[in-house]
Design a protein around this ligand. Sequence first.
Ligand code: AGP
Length: 367
Amino acid sequence: ALIDKGNHRHFMQKEIYEQPIVVAQTLRSYLQRLEGKVALPIPDFDLSGIKRVTIVACGTSFYAGMVAKYWFEQFARVPVDLDVASEFRYRAPVMEPGGLMIVISQSGETADTLAALRHAKNEGQTIAAVVNVPTSSMAREADLLLPTHAGPEIGVASTKAFTCQLSVLAALAANLAKAKGRLSADEEKQIVRHLAEAPAAINGALAYDEAIEGMAGAVAGARDVLYLGRGTDYPLALEGALKLKEISYIHAEGYAAGEMKHGPIALIDEHVPVIVIAPSGPLFEKTVSNMQEVQARGGKVILISDYDGIEAAGDGCIATITMPKVHPLIAPIVYAVPVQLLAYHVAVAKGTDVDQPRNLAKSVTVE
Ligand code: AGP
């Protein structure tokens, strides 16, 4: 079928809007919803013996892997080693026999990630590939293919592939936890229920699109932008900064909120918009106190949280973005959306080539 933009102005916008459907599509193949069970598409793959996981990827796919590290360690209590692919094989990584290596890639062709896969395979690792292109090199060379069903992604800035990667990785974390005997039947049902809520929650996030468009002006004039988050919102902060850099050419940095006072707070003044990603939950208060340190130095904060979070801490922010209240497991999938929309609208406001930003290729097939 011909791939067109439909009634969207850019592929990126179209792909952002496809997320409720493609995330649902992806989750469907990893969940037995009616029975409330998690299930890998390859049923005979035994995860119970896995002692260590190595995750390797580049760019946005790397940030999906970083979220997954939090999940695998929290739910399955399996240690995770995480690396960008261009560093991995040059640092003489230690891989124990019986380890699982997960590569994450939209294209399945990224040169560094493919080389990392081959390196780990030589070292006796079992390779699982979370890829969007089922005919790609990584899909073919992996022992276990864990497809994302995002459909073709045309925009250079990855959006729907990211939320689909997160969906697969959340399901995989749950499978691993189950295989390790860390999930009761009841907890498994709960996880399936929460994951199944993701597509509707993404729709709720998309409903904020117009309001986010209205905020774009406040960011478009900035020279530098900072993104802050804790826990799984830290990789989201990194992803937000990457998205903004790629398509709007504004310098942006993602930081763990607690690291602010170890350096980057020196950058804060009234010219630096600071995007704070903080769903209400156990880490909320801590992130808010970092946010207040920013505000005390004149920093202009845009707070992304849920209704309770905005109620508690929204005063004093230049803008707030209200997300539906969701379980922490699906929060990264939902909070990715406002981060994508903000980058998109800022780029549109600046008049850049959103789908084809300068100097970038959709798939990086050279080292
Ligand atoms: C994301 O917006 C980027 N264009 C880029 O970082 C991308 O995620 C990276 O090149 C990895 O690509 P892959 O997922 O196809 O391996």
